[in-house]
Design a protein around this ligand. Sequence first.
Ligand code: ADP
Ligand code: MG
Length: 325
Amino acid sequence: MISSSAQPSPASLDRSTEEPEAVSAALVRPQTSTATELPEILCKRYKIERLLGVGGMGAVYRARDLLREQYGDPDPYVAIKTLNEEFAEYPDANALLYTEFALTSRLRHSNVIRLYAFDVDPHSQRAFITMEPLKGPTLDQLLESHPDGLPWNEFRDIALPLIEALACAHERGVLHGDLKPSNVMLAKDGLRLFDFGLGQPVQGLLNGLPKLSRKRIAAWTPRYAALELLNGEGLTSTSDIYGLACVLYELSSGLHPYSRLTAKQAKSMEQDKSLQKPANLPAHCWPALRQALAFDKEARRVDARGLLQAFSASAPGLFKRLLRR
Ligand SMILES: Nc1ncnc2c1ncn2[C@@H]1O[C@H](COP(=O)(O)OP(=O)(O)O)[C@@H](O)[C@H]1O
Ligand SMILES: [Mg+2]
């Protein structure tokens, strides 16, 4: 068994993890715990080697796929995501992880994490997802080494694939629900958006999936959450745009757009009135980004494709700028 001490708990979060403030188990805790410790080998096939990272709800391990190894695969490694013990003991925990698998599997995009399979270990009843193992910093780690934000060229190389990944998800009817720097990794072969654990299909799609109310799972980071989510409204693509815009602003300036406050707090302080364009960001990108940062969803009229257009357009030449004046 993987000992309890090797199991991450929100209290042991380190630099590479998400923040304890984000984590609160709002599900009704069952009377008796049903979760068992994570076995060292899952489904007689995946040998857990080490912990790669923990988030608000899950833990991701590097594992060796013994079957692939048996057939001589020189690279038999996979990443395995399970819910951490605190969440694994809830009756619908496996369904929660399956929803993440079903949503992410709909997406085929080079900037979205590639999942392999969903499985349940018959002995421990622990559900898990196998996926491509990634190496590289998450955007929150990148931000730590760039306190003043990224220069435009470097920023654009991250912004464009990130917006494209979200545009792909929205076009396939998948809402992410938890856009923030720790859910994006700069892998060696390019950026990956991952962790659709709080994701949802748009209305009318994938109706067979269990309906898990976001209100019951308060494991998200409030400062990237759109105002309407904080007010208890349902997730929409527009709410994802707010989280994305906060990440883009932070990457460009090194600072959260609203001083790390929640949208609710920042709105009450009218912080949108003093919002400044990040110095590193070309002026032609600002109107779209500013709109994406609007507190009220009705005013957040730009979608992922609109942001992509704004960020991929080249700056207008001097002549056009003079004409605009
Ligand atoms: N495929 C992967 N390869 C390597 N590390 C990963 C992979 N997926 C996630 N991680 C690491 O594990 C952390 C937690 O994963 P995540 O899916 O965000 O879990 P949670 O749902 O708990 O937030 C990530 O922030 C990242 O550091
Ligand atoms: Mg996460």
